[in-house]
Design a protein around this ligand. Structure first.
Ligand code: ASP
Ligand code: MG
Length: 425
């Protein structure tokens, strides 16, 4: 007998049918002799619909009120799920994030979990009940206001709760069979991975793979908590996210593929600052200005300055949603720094290749670039880590690039990946 935390995403509980299916799955785990705590997302596209509603009321919703609104989505699904379980003859108690002791920072819309004090969850489990917790939300203890963790944050709630409860495993149920070598919605021949390391999963999640929330993987790694990503529509074994691949340390296991997967991201834009004086302190001034606005940047490229002019161009990528703000604040320092102009481009896509085997296998970059060239793609920016290569290409070329890289690294399999439900929205 163990303690299992199960998380069900929005597409798994999209309607009454889905809620009932998930309820019987939870009850089956309970009947197998485990204690079960469940984290649930809002039904289907509820969060998007609530966001649309807010937008119809005001172009700039207040952060506190928006969080109040969005947390309602998870409250609906948790209560209905508890009722569905009750109908199967088992006791379930639902809890909001704040009732479950999820304590966060105060930043509305992207709060971070500081601590989880799951006293009421432990009590429910000890009473033999199934605990259902609303995902993606918590409370800040200074303001006493409810917060949300950012889109897709229920994964992080589940892992944080599992860590606090010292659970044996955190099962993340989704609409695909596990973590794939590429998004199966784009590459139907993508292969399901049996296991992937925290390190590789972090790089994939940071590169746009949406199967797991980035912070949930960071959390799991910190607490060395195994995550089992699997489908709520089948009983198939999914993908284990663990410290090392079974049978060898990451990277030096000969059986292990060199490449874990190909990720893509269409959410970034590129800003180029043209004609920047090549002087000490200029880059620092530019990026401090961006940082002060709480904007995260990703890739940066600076060219050598032309000898005749002493001017250079600096390009960087950032979330599209921060594009307007970044352009505005850079214009404010244009006179002070003395650059020529700013170019904004939101038609870019990021393509990333991730694999721990890159460390020990030369030639990965060459193969990657050659396959992109063969597919007719032009590379605009490049960045690397020890186990990742990312390039910026035209957004319209992105899917072609994903398929080309997937094939070039022999990742294709014959049977088509099954994608259940989910609009991918
Ligand atoms: N319901 C929230 C969202 O759609 C949180 C989640 O699904 O994890 O982003
Ligand atoms: Mg969702």
């Amino acid at each position: 007998m163990g303690l299992i935390v199960q998380k069900f995403g929005g597409s798994s509980v999209a309607d009454a049918e889905g809620l009932k299916r998930v309820a019987s799955r939870i009850v089956a785990t309970k009947k197998a002799g485990h204690q079960v705590a469940v984290v649930v997302s809002a039904m289907g596209d509820t969060t998007d619909e609530l966001l649309d509603l807010a937008e119809q009321v005001t172009p700039m919703p207040n952060g506190r009120e928006l969080d109040m609104l969005l947390t309602a989505g998870e409250r609906i699904s948790m209560a209905l799920l508890a009722m569905a379980i009750g109908n199967l003859g088992h006791e379930a108690r639902s809890f909001t994030g704040s009732q479950a002791g999820v304590l966060t920072t105060s930043t509305h819309g992207k709060a971070r979990i500081i601590d989880v004090k799951p006293g009421r969850i432990v009590e429910a489990l000890n009473d033999g009940a199934i605990a259902i917790v609303a995902g993606f939300q918590g409370i800040n203890q200074d303001t006493n206001d409810v917060t949300t963790l950012g889109r897709g944050g229920s994964d992080t709630t589940a892992v944080a709760l599992a860590a606090a409860l010292e659970a044996d495993v955190c099962e993340i149920y989704t609409d695909v069979d596990g973590v794939y070598t590429a998004d199966p919605r784009i590459v139907p021949s993508a292969r399901k991975l049996d296991s992937i390391t925290y390190e590789e999963m972090l790089e994939l999640a940071a590169s746009g793979a949406k199967v797991l929330h980035l912070r949930c993987v960071e959390y799991a790694r910190r607490f060395d908590l195994p995550i089992h990503v699997r489908s709520s529509f089948s009983n198939n074994e999914g993908t284990w996210v663990v410290k090392d691949h079974p049978g060898g340390a990451s990277g030096d296991n000969m059986e292990q593929a060199i490449i874990a997967g190909v990720a893509h991201d269409k959410t970034e834009a590129k800003i180029t600052i043209v004609g920047v004086p090549d002087r000490t302190g200029v880059a620092a001034r530019i990026f401090q200005t961006i940082a002060d606005a709480d904007i995260n940047i990703d890739m940066i490229v600076q060219n050598v300055s032309a000898a005749a002019t002493g001017l250079t161009d600096i390009s960087f990528t950032l979330p599209k949603s921060d594009g307007a703000e970044a352009t505005r604040i850079l214009k404010d320092i244009q006179g002070e720094i003395g650059f020529h102009s700013i170019q904004y481009d939101d038609q870019i896509g990021k393509l990333s290749l991730v694999g721990a085997g890159m460390r020990s296998h030369p030639g990965v970059t060459a193969t990657f670039f050659a396959c992109l060239a063969d597919a007719g793609l032009n590379i605009e920016m490049i960045s690397t880590s020890e186990i990742r290569i990312s390039v910026i290409v035209r957004e319209g070329d992105l899917e072609k690039g994903v398929k080309a890289a997937h094939t070039a690294f022999d990742l294709d399999v014959d049977d088509e990946a099954v994608v259940h439900g989910g609009t991918g929205r």
